[in-house]
Ligand binder design. Structure first.
Ligand code: AQP
Length: 340
């Protein structure tokens, strides 16, 4: 079955494993909004709470972070009428298809995942089985909707390749062409936003150092202070991107500026070449505050009505199940489960 026979459908998710960061926003959420608005796709966005618990989450924080993430999606421009917006655990078909994929994926495939190696570290014996199986559940998240396009940051590229391998192996093993081979959509200047303290490390919501990231709940003062204190170097900005190859912190700030201003990184250099970082950081800080403060204000407003957020999540889950349930039923039938 050719890809074109599948309904063009976008799926992506974000873990409620902490507060939303600028990395999640620029690398994922902002592009989710673009795909919602582009038309031509049905868009499905998920708070992947089952993924979050692959490492320890305090239960009350998990609930708060899930609702805050939902508020973040809406404040950033996801319209729960245009897109389907829900949390993963309210759609049991994800975990049910995930089990089939646990039986399709191979241990060796999982063991090669860099995120597994990074997160389990030297203490793999003590890591949860869920952390190891994470990419099989991620494949189920995508394929339970027969999603054809998956917008993600660069760090998820390897997991997306594994999703394609799982779909292909399932189709091959059972002699069907049932699951689409989903396309990763990794685009823009900010596919990998780096830590403000170390330009070689990804900006991450679970980094213990708060100064390493901009949180989407940070107010104008906090955003300015973090940008002012971001690690840089004493050299002025060059006129070509090539000259930033050995200056990862400088390159990161240029990429952030470009993504926020929706221009190419080279255009940022064209505007600011010769500037010292003291000056450039002021311009970046003004831009970041102008773009992010309205989102954090709206998130705070939405968070005051928890019942409304829960209602949106519940309604989104119902709509998601309408798509997922028949696809899961067909997958179970293909595998040979009696459906009576
Ligand atoms: N720094 C980043 N730059 C660009 N994109 C990023 N994403 C995450 N960090 C960056 C993208 O955001 C989406 C959701 O990510 P996730 O929450 O599922 O998990 P993650 O990639 O592991 O993000 P974090 O912030 O690092 O979470 P923790 O600390 O809990 O592991 C994905 O599309 C991701 O690519």
């Amino acid at each position: 079955m050719a890809d074109t026979e599948f309904t063009p459908r976008v799926f992506s998710g974000i873990q409620p494993s902490g507060g939303l960061t600028l990395g999640n926003y620029l690398g994922a959420m902002k592009r989710f909004v673009d795909m919602q608005e582009a038309g031509g796709f049905q868009t499905i966005y998920c708070m992947v709470d089952l993924h979050a618990i692959t490492v320890w989450q305090n239960p009350s924080d998990l609930k708060k972070n899930t609702r805050e993430l939902c508020a973040g999606f809406i404040a950033a421009g996801i319209d729960p009428e245009k897109s389907i917006l829900f949390n993963q655990s309210q759609v049991p078909e994800h975990a049910q298809l995930g089990w089939l994929f646990n039986c399709v994926a191979r241990m060796g495939w999982m063991g090669r995942m860099t995120q597994w190696k990074d997160k389990a570290g030297k203490n793999a014996e003590n890591a949860s089985l869920g952390l190891f199986a994470y990419p099989a559940l991620m494949a189920a998240d995508i394929l339970v909707y027969h999603a054809t396009h998956v917008p993600v940051g660069e760090d998820q590229k390897q997991h997306l390749e594994l999703t394609r391998d799982i779909a292909a192996k399932f189709n091959h093993d059972f002699g069907v062409e049932f699951f689409p081979i989903a396309e990763p959509v990794i685009e823009g200047a900010a596919t990998r936003v780096m830590s403000l303290k170390d330009g070689t490390k990804k900006m991450s919501k679970s980094d213990p150092a708060d100064a390493s990231r901009i949180n989407m709940t940070d107010d104008a003062d906090a955003i300015s202070k973090k940008i002012r204190k971001a690690k840089t170097d004493p050299d002025p900005l060059p006129d070509s991107l090539k000259e930033l190859d050995a200056r990862p912190e400088a390159r990161n700030l240029i990429n952030i500026y470009a993504a926020l201003a929706e221009i190419e990184p080279q255009a940022v250099l064209d505007q600011h070449q010769g500037a010292l970082f003291g000056h450039f950081k002021m311009a970046l800080s003004d831009l970041a505050v102008a773009k992010l403060a309205p989102i954090s204000t709206e998130m705070a407003r939405l968070m005051q009505d928890q019942a409304e957020i829960d209602h949106i999540l519940g309604r989104g889950a119902e709509r998601a199940r309408e798509i997922a349930a028949p696809i899961l039923a067909q997958a179970y039938d293909i595998v040979g489960m009696v459906r009576s």
